[in-house]
Design a protein around this ligand. Structure first.
Ligand SMILES: [Zn+2]
Length: 310
């Protein structure tokens, strides 16, 4: 059978990425364009249009027929409309992205939350291939997540849920910008890890990043060891709750810091298994993501292939 092709778009706070993808997950072409820090809604819309156009030109040149465009964006997405909740993009709310680009390109356009699509990418082509029940976490500035139940993304009613970074791990903890207190991402994001290390070591936050702390951990520096133990302990608490709720086959850990190495995944796994209910996690494995930066665009393209197979 001839492969099908789709374009996967992954919109982030600083870049928009596009990939021309086959249904077996092969990336034929990929590209990214910067999004300025103060970019207006129209600038973002135009940048996405430009990058889609580049991918379509590439497809045409290679005599590839594009079946549709899948798109991941930060925030809450319902039926192709970005409702809001994408804090890093100005004015990025109440836009019917699906209709907007369908009109321009005359192709089906399906949209979902970016973390959901990273999870979907890992489910179709990466670390959770062959599973039916999966929890995906992306650890970065914040913590995003996706839940796949019975081979389908689970987002709750109107796709408003699965905000895994905002489960409460310290009910008397500090305010979170979600409106809650003591959320997981306040303790276990890379941002939190850096803050904690800065506090313990007296070094400036601006001079620090995740890689530096991992390096110091390997050198057995006491602050780095303590920080990483605390970080993975908090992650384990959060993940134990997800295991107790969803009994996933795999918990997939993504985000830049997940590239730190197997030791990092092992620390998280050990902590999660310490706190979960053993009967709930009987079939659960904690694993690192496999698709890196491509997870979002692959998952976005998978939205199109998935829709075709219905
Ligand atoms: Zn929160």
């Amino acid at each position: 059978m001839e492969p099908n092709y789709a374009i996967g778009i992954d919109l982030g706070g600083t870049f928009v990425k596009a990939a021309l993808v086959s249904d077996s997950g092969e990336i034929i072409f990929s590209n990214k364009l910067p999004i300025g820090p103060q970019a207006s809604k129209n600038t973002i819309l135009n940048t996405i249009e430009n990058i889609i156009q580049m991918a379509i030109s590439k497809a045409t040149k290679n005599q590839i027929i594009v079946e549709g465009i899948g798109m991941g964006t930060p925030g809450i997405v319902q039926d192709g409309v970005i409702l809001g909740g994408s804090e890093n993009l100005d004015g990025w709310e109440n836009i019917d992205l699906s209709s907007y680009y369908k009109k321009i390109f005359n192709l089906p356009v399906l949209v979902d939350n970016d973390a959901n699509l990273m999870g979907l990418g890992e489910f179709y082509y990466g670390a959770a291939k062959g599973c039916t029940d999966v929890v995906f976490l992306t650890i970065g500035t914040g913590i995003g997540g996706a839940v796949i139940v019975n081979s389908k993304l689970y987002g709750g009613y109107e796709n408003r849920g699965a905000e895994l970074g905002h489960v409460v791990v310290e009910h008397k903890g500090p305010d979170c910008n979600c409106g809650g207190k003591g959320c997981l991402e306040l303790y276990a994001s890379t941002t939190a890890l850096i803050k904690d290390y800065s506090k313990r070591s007296g070094k400036n936050i601006e001079d620090l990043n995740g890689y530096f702390i991992i390096k110091k951990f390997h050198e057995n520096e006491i602050n780095a060891v303590n920080c990483l133990q605390e970080h993975t302990d908090y992650l384990g608490h959060g993940i134990a709750s997800f295991i107790n709720t969803f009994a996933p086959q795999k918990v997939v850990i993504g985000g830049g810091i997940s590239d730190a190495g197997q030791f990092y995944i092992d620390m998280i796994s050990k902590s999660a298994f310490r706190y979960m209910m053993p009967s709930c996690g009987h079939n659960t494995e904690v694993v690192g993501a496999q698709l890196g930066n491509n997870a979002g665009s692959l998952g976005a393209a998978a939205l199109i292939f998935k829709a075709q197979n219905k």
